[in-house]
Design a protein around this ligand. Sequence first.
Ligand SMILES: [Zn+2]
Length: 283
Amino acid sequence: MSNCLFCTASGPFTKPEHIIPEALGNDNLILRNEVCDKCNQYFGTKVEKFVLGKTPIAFWRTFLGIRTKHGALPHVDLSQPKQEKGRLASVHELHDNLLGFACHEDHTVSVDINDDEMIRGILDGTRTQFTFVFTRLVLSLMGRFLCKIGVELLCLDDRRLARSPAFDKARRFSRFGDGVELWPIFHGNTGTLRDLRRRFVDADGVVEEVLCYQCRVLEVASRYTLLMFTVGTDTWVVSLNDPYPTPVIREAAPDMTLELIWYSEEQVKREEEPNKALDSDKE
Ligand SMILES: [Zn+2]
């Protein structure tokens, strides 16, 4: 009889645990009898739902047209809540709010903008790009999502290793959000949009393949156990046994530039001050 990988409860284990959410197209990377029903439910409702709806991964779901398990095409809404929710910042004034994306049957994607000022800006050419801000809440939940995937991939291969003390922090952070407030995430860009959708002809006619995600766990410099997770052209990397690795981890991805995504109060203030100065000039 095994104990839950995350909370050590002795069960029940009636639900299969999808290492990558089904909403990204995963139907083969599954753990059985390793993650209890309560943890399974928690990850689905508290971590994955947010990441699939409110982060760049949400955008890729729409862009790649990854259907839900009921066959519906995705629609995501990247707007922020009107007010702060909870202890981690969930709102940022520089974020372009009220943005949504919808995928259609003919593979086109439409952007829904529910903001008159932004629409006027786009029409008169003064607005040419949108700002997506990683608030502390987004960073925290992305980190928890990535740590969960990493620890579960390890478990698929070696259930004892995944339960070893080296990964205590990653297991606790992913399930309970404690230990550290944010888990450092590295990000790089891989490939081009053209590589993601591929059409070819076989005996059944024209087939279209969409590359939804790629993931692997690897060891670097005999020290760091990394998860590399790619969705669309975004690659996300976390170090599972030590949240603060040295730059040697960049050896894991020699073909791309891995940048640390981080969030500091000072950085936010620096970004805000020039805007405030502009506002006061107008007055
Ligand atoms: Zn559990």
